[in-house]
Ligand binder design. Structure first.
Ligand code: KG4
Ligand code: ZN
Length: 348
């Protein structure tokens, strides 16, 4: 292992300042400083608050990661950094830090796509990625279905959300139900005592016509509105709101669509490995239903542990190390950030 490339990865696309160090395919350390508590009272991530928090956390997080891994900065072979997509100001802090390290240490820098690194992180958890792999990425910022022939240079978007991301829908519905931000884990917990068929909430983009035009796209905004309206009608009628039943029925509508479309994509593209990543991959019902449906379809399921599903530096280091191993060209030192970078940019 000692002669395998040692790569430090920096992730600042949203509200987590993540620094990870990977050697080859082995994760040495994954250090994350989150500013989520500072955003809670606003009910969502405030970009300027996130940028400032990254600025304050960056140097201490790099120092802590190196200390915990027993690695000196001069031992590193390369620096990897998320260059997009994400919040513009947040990305800028991470990329500036990575460039400073690359210049000072005279090491190559690899700018990586955030969505591709959500996929690559599973290499440090479950070993080399089967090629191709199908990836369902579901978080507060994105919901995407990706066909991944090679995570270092060929990642193809089959579909994504047309409106709210899956996690965003969880967060907004939690707010309607009076649960704290971020709402996903609270809905997950409340749903355990609820009946998932109590209320028949809509499944977005699943009718015949929608499937023709938006086969692998998602839409959760109609579902969110349907839940809000259902709750509002109950309240106006002076009736109590069965929080557990609403949570369970809403959650079922989300995970039903996610798992159905992901497995349809596997079947139609003849892929027998499905990876699920992003913060919503921590959802217990999503994991259970995906396991059940994947097993029935003969598809092998890979879900990284929850700490590697949410944004972190290990995912960036993992993709950087894979790029070094596959001999991919490093980025220019003038590496730009691109807040709306499409995943297809991964293609060479
Ligand atoms: O990947 P992540 O940490 O950050 C983004 O890139 O957005 O994902 C955060 C999202 C939030 O919307 C949160 O509510 C959701 O993931 N989430 C969950 C669960 N845990 C986190 N959603 C559903 N069930 C969970 N158990
Ligand atoms: Zn993410």
């Amino acid at each position: 292992m000692a002669d395998e490339p040692l790569v430090l990865g920096i992730e600042t696309s949203c509200d987590e300042t993540g620094v990870g160090i990977v050697q080859g395919q082995t994760l040495l350390v994954d250090t994350v400083a989150s500013s989520v508590d500072e955003h809670a009272r606003f009910g969502g991530v405030v970009p300027e608050v996130a940028s400032r928090a990254h600025l304050e956390a960056m140097v201490p997080t790099i120092e802590r990661a190196c200390h915990d891994a027993g690695v000196g900065l001069r031992d590193l072979d390369a620096i990897a950094v998320t260059s997009g997509p994400g919040l513009a100001g947040s990305l800028l802090v991470g990329v500036a830090a990575a460039k400073a390290l690359a210049v000072a240490l005279d090491k190559p820098i690899y700018g990586v796509n955030h969505l591709a690194s959500h996929v690559a992180v599973d290499i440090v958890e479950h070993g080399p990625l089967p090629e191709p792999t199908m990836a369902l990425l579901v978080s507060g910022g994105h919901s995407s279905l990706l066909l991944v022939p090679d995570v270092t240079h060929d990642v193809r978007s089959l579909g994504s959300t047309m409106d709210d991301a899956a996690g965003e829908a969880f967060d907004k519905v939690a707010r309607v139900l009076g649960l704290p931000f971020p709402g996903g884990p609270h809905i997950d917990r409340a749903a355990r005592d609820g009946d998932r068929v109590a209320i028949d909430f809509p499944r977005g983009l699943t009718t015949g016509r929608d499937l023709e035009r938006h086969r692998f796209d998602f839409s959760f905004s109609g579902l969110k509105t349907a839940v809000a309206r259902w709750v509002e009608l109950r309240r106006r009628a002076g009736e109590s709101v069965p929080v557990a039943d609403v949570a369970a029925s809403f959650q079922e509508a989300v995970v039903d669509v996610l798992t159905k479309k992901a497995l349809l994509a596997c079947r139609e593209h003849d892929v027998d490995h499905l990876l699920i990543g992003g913060g919503v991959a921590a959802n217990s019902r999503l994991r259970a239903l995906a396991e059940e449906r994947a097993a029935r379809a003969g598809v092998a399921l890979r879900v990284p542990r929850p700490a590697l599903c949410t944004d972190n530096g290990a995912m960036v280091a993992a993709l950087g190390a894979e790029m070094v191993a596959k001999g991919r060209e490093p980025s220019e030192l003038g590496l730009p950030t691109d807040s709306s970078m499409p995943v297809e940019l991964v293609q060479s």
